[in-house]
Design a protein around this ligand. Sequence first.
Ligand code: ADP
Length: 512
Amino acid sequence: MPKESLNFPKADILVIDDTPENLNLLSAMLTEQGYKVRSVTKGSTGLRGANAVPPDLILLDVNMPEMNGYEVCQHLKANDRTREIPVIFISALGDVLDKVKAFAVGGVDYITKPFQLEEVLARIENHLTIWKLQQQLQAQNERLQQEIHERTKAEEKFAKVFRSSPNPIAIATVSEARFIDVNPSFLKMSGYCLEEVIGDTAAELNLGKNTVAIAQTIQLLPETGSLYNLEFEFSTKSGEFKTILISLELLDLAGVPCALLIANDITERKRLENEFISLVSHELRTPLTSTMGALDLLGSGQLGTLNQQGQKVLSIATTNTERLIRLVNDILDLERMKSGKIFTRKAKCNAADLLITATEAMQAMADKLQVGLIINPVSVELWADSDRLLQTLTNLLSNAIKFSEPGDSVWISAILSESKGVESEENQPSSSNHLLITIQDEGRGIPEDKLQIIFERFQQVDASDSRNKGGTGLGLAICRDIIQQHDGKIWVQSILGKGSTFYVLLPLPASQ
Ligand code: ADP
């Protein structure tokens, strides 16, 4: 017995023939070759069997009493369940086989008796192969139709969202950052009409203060992947400035890499936020300072000695008041920096001195949390506001220490950056006359989608950070403003669970 018949039959064949000798002969021959054979002597029985369990192929005698082969075939082709099954007609040598009719009623081939084993097998296999291929093709076709249908539906949905979205949306090419489509909300926000925008870049339209950075961000999108909520000063056609947040997604339009830019106009929100923040901060500062004075007085014992419980309550009140004062001061600092009311007082200072002073200031905190502080300073002259830079370095060190575990280390190092090797956030190699300060920790790390946003006001990776770690979520926003006022750059790289490295890149005075 051939191997296949031991496992799976090659195919299921139904033989319909009123001559038992023929049936037996065909059945034995095909079973021997590994086919599963069902044989019946009547057309009506064959039709019932085929309908109940459709076979892969039917061998059908032409001349049968009651219902001849042509009629059986017509019934098979009229039934959805059996229509596709290939039918091969069998005719005896003396029979008149109407070949035209055989094909007309849906037969795919015919065999004449007496049977030639090889010929019968070859024809059966041939038609089984054709049938299988047809099935595959049909399945593939159905899959493709389904895909086309789904794609069309998705495109329709996208087009609907694009047109009717209240958010301004633009699509630009990655290669040149040229607009290829914008939605009505974008036109409303910008004041331009569609024809003025299509084909132009943000820089050509003068859409804001930092159009070059936007173009670079679009061009780097294939490397960086999606970006969220980048703040951008947008300039309308009439010259009005708006603050918008842009999120970027990579899009493939007929093989052309494009950027989908979704904007969120936060001008009004910012204005209200600023107004509210400055009002609250100013209103809070005076009473908080006097509360702190009162708490100091209580702690000094001049108004009587507190018992242990009283000391504990006083200590909680002092910690919380200090935190509030820090928060208010940070907010006012930021507000003043944003509105240009704080001028940096730049003077000659030494980078090594700054690093050493910052490390000394943070040593007590590091000791308390059992974190090692390792310093690699470089002696180089800076033209900077040393108080403000110190504020930046201590804030970065404080974050590195507080997000580390006991036994971890924090490194603060500085190097003179070479023209190659140092890559800033925007992957622009910096020129050689820069100082690169790195603060590296082996703490909990920062998730990739938070690497940019933590430099925004009140942004913390974990909402419980301010409670558990005592921060305000303003430190990095202040650092970024200070560094920008020194024409420098600040950014972070991090691996979750492994640690973070904050980079501060500062220009050196021209003579160095
Ligand atoms: P905070 O006062 O909360 O520390 P920052 O603006 O300095 O405010 O930092 C914002 C947030 O960024 C932190 O709350 C924390 O979630 C995250 N972060 C900053 N530095 C680190 C660091 N070295 N390791 C892990 N997370 C950090």
